[in-house]
Design a binder for this molecule. Structure first.
Ligand SMILES: Cc1ncc(COP(=O)(O)O)c(C=O)c1O
Length: 437
C-alpha cells in the first residue's frame, strides 16, 4: 500500500504503534468473549491517518473509492455512504416518498409488509413517514418472513415490503421478488447484517429497489459508525443523493461549485430566476454524509471482506455442528433456504420445551462464564414499550415471533474467534444443561 501523505519511514513507524492497537488475544474462560466485534489491521489505521493528513475531512477521494468498491462488491449500480445503517433505512424509505415518483410514491397511510422480530430501525422509518407496518410471522428456524403468508398480507394500500436478511441468512428472495412483481411493490432489503451473503449465486443487496448496509463495529466491516444505501435505478439514485445531502437540487461534490455550469441560470419552483442552484431544495432531506476518514478505514476494511465472510461461515459451520452433537436434543439451530449462502452475523439458538432450565438463567450463566450473548434484537416489536400504541396490522398469528422473543438468542462467530473459543462456548452451554438435568 502506498500513502499520499506518509513516507515509507513514517508508515513503518506508525505500523508498529498500529499493531499494538489492533492485536487482541481473547483467552477463553479468562477474557470476555463478545458476541460480536471488529477485526482491524494496521493498514486500516494507516489509511485513516493518511485521510486525516489530507486535511480535507468531508467526502473526498476515499469516499468516492469506497462507494465504487462497495457497489462493485454487491453488484449494485450505486452505493451511497451514510452515517449509519439506521440512517440508510430512513433514507431508503424517505427516497420512496419523493413526489418525483408520482403515484408510486409512498404516502401517509400506505402499508409496508415486514416482520416484528428484528431490529427497530428496520421498522421506525415506516412509522416516521406515517405508513403502516403490516406484520407477518417468521419461520423457526430460519427467522425470516414466512412467505406462505404473503398473499394474505396484501391490501389495496400495500405499497412496499421491507425486510432484513436475519442475522446474515437471506430470506426467500425468489418468493419475495415474485410477490413484489405481481403486486407492483417496492422492495427494500435491510442488508445490514448480511453483507456478502448470496442467494442463488447473487449477492443480497442487489435484488431490491433499495438495500442498506451498516458499518458499526459489530458488522462485517467497520468504519466506526457508518452505513450505505445500495441503489440500481437511475431515478432513485438521483432522489437518494439529494435526500442524503439536505434535499439539494444541485449535485456538486462536497467543496465544489457550479459543476452544472448553470449555477445562476435556472428557474426553480417559485424562486426568482437565477436563484443560486446551490441553495435550491427539491426534496425534504437530511445530512447523512460520512467523513473521508471513515471512508478510508472502510475502504481498507473492504480488502478483507471476503476473508471475514469466509471465516464467519467456517465458524458458524463448526459451532452449529458442535452444538448439535452436544446439546442438539434440547435446542433448535439455524436452518437456511436451499439457495442461500449466508454471511453469518451470529449463531442462533432456540431452546426447545425440553430444554433443562430457561433462557433467562442460561444467559446469566454464560455471562458469569465471560460469554457474551445477544437476543434477536426486539424479539416481538409489538411488545416493546415504545411501540405499544403504534398503528399497525397483524396478519394471522405471530406465534413464532413470540417463540423468538421468549426462547431465542445468538452467540458469536465473528472473525476474531477461533475453534478454542467456540469449543468453550459449547462446553459451557453443555455444562449448564448437565447441571439442570
Ligand atoms: C438488521 C439491522 N438493521 C439496521 C441496523 C442499524 O444499523 P446501525 O447500528 O448502523 O444504525 C442494525 C444494527 O445492528 C441491524 O441489525
Amino acid at each position: 500500500m502506498t500513502y499520499k501523505n506518509l513516507s515509507p519511514e513514517l508508515a513503518d513507524a506508525l505500523k508498529v504503534i498500529a499493531k499494538e492497537r489492533v492485536t487482541r488475544t481473547i483467552v477463553p474462560g479468562k477474557d470476555y468473549i463478545p458476541a460480536s466485534g471488529k477485526v482491524m489491521y494496521e493498514e486500516d489505521l494507516l489509511l485513516g491517518v493518511d485521510a486525516v493528513m489530507d486535511g480535507w475531512f468531508t467526502g473526498g477521494r476515499f469516499t468516492d473509492a469506497f462507494e465504487k468498491k462497495l457497489a462493485d462488491f454487491v453488484g449494485a449500480k450505486r452505493a451511497l455512504s451514510v452515517n449509519s445503517g439506521s440512517s440508510a433505512n430512513l433514507l431508503a424509505v424517505a427516497t420512496l416518498t419523493s413526489s418525483k415518483l408520482g403515484d408510486r410514491a409512498l404516502k401517509s397511510g400506505d402499508e409496508i409488509i415486514t416482520v416484528a422480530s428484528g431490529f427497530p430501525t428496520t421498522i421506525n422509518p415506516i412509522l416516521q413517514y406515517n405508513c403502516i407496518p403490516v406484520f407477518v410471522d417468521v419461520s423457526v428456524p430460519g427467522y425470516n418472513i414466512d412467505t406462505s403468508m404473503l398473499e394474505k398480507a396484501v391490501s389495496p394500500k400495500t405499497k412496499a415490503i421491507m425486510l432484513a436478511h436475519t442475522l446474515g441468512a437471506p430470506f426467500d428472495l425468489d418468493a419475495v421478488m415474485a410477490f413484489a412483481k405481481k403486486h407492483d411493490l417496492w422492495v427494500i432489503e435491510d442488508n445490514c447484517d448480511a453483507l456478502g451473503a448470496e442467494f442463488d449465486g447473487r449477492k443480497t443487496g442487489s435484488f431490491g429497489h433499495l438495500a442498506t448496509c451498516s458499518f458499526y463495529p459489530a458488522h462485517h466491516i467497520t468504519m466506526g459508525e457508518g452505513g450505505a444505501l445500495l441503489i440500481n435505478d437511475a431515478e432513485l439514485i438521483r432522489i437518494a443523493e439529494s435526500m442524503r445531502d439536505w434535499g439539494r437540487d444541485c449535485w456538486c461534490n462536497t467543496g465544489h461549485d457550479n459543476t452544472c455550469g448553470q449555477r445562476f441560470n435556472g428557474q426553480y419552483g417559485k424562486l426568482p430566476f437565477g436563484y443560486d442552484h446551490k441553495y435550491v431544495y427539491s426534496e425534504r432531506g437530511f445530512n447523512f454524509k460520512i467523513t473521508d476518514i471513515q471512508a478510508a478505514i472502510g475502504l481498507s476494511q473492504l480488502d478483507n471482506l471476503n476473508t471475514f465472510v469466509e471465516k464467519r461461515r467456517k465458524n458458524h459451520r463448526y459451532l452449529k455442528a458442535r452444538l448439535e452433537e452436544t446439546v442438539g436434543d434440547h435446542i433448535i439451530t439455524d436452518t437456511i433456504h436451499p439457495k442461500a449462502n449466508p454471511s453469518w452475523f451470529g449463531c442462533t439458538i432456540t431452546l426447545k420445551d425440553s430444554f433443562p432450565g430457561n433462557r433467562h438463567e442460561l444467559l446469566q450463566y454464560l455471562e458469569s462464564k465471560k460469554i457474551g450473548s445477544r437476543l434477536l434484537f426486539a424479539g416481538n416489536i409489538l411488545k416493546q414499550p415504545g411501540y405499544l400504541d403504534m398503528p399497525h396490522r397483524v396478519v394471522g398469528c405471530l406465534d413464532n415471533t413470540d417463540l423468538v422473543m421468549n426462547n431465542t438468542f445468538w452467540i458469536g462467530i465473528w472473525p476474531g474467534l477461533n475453534e478454542p473459543h467456540l469449543d468453550y462456548l459449547v462446553e459451557t452451554i453443555a455444562d449448564y444443561v448437565k447441571n439442570n438435568m
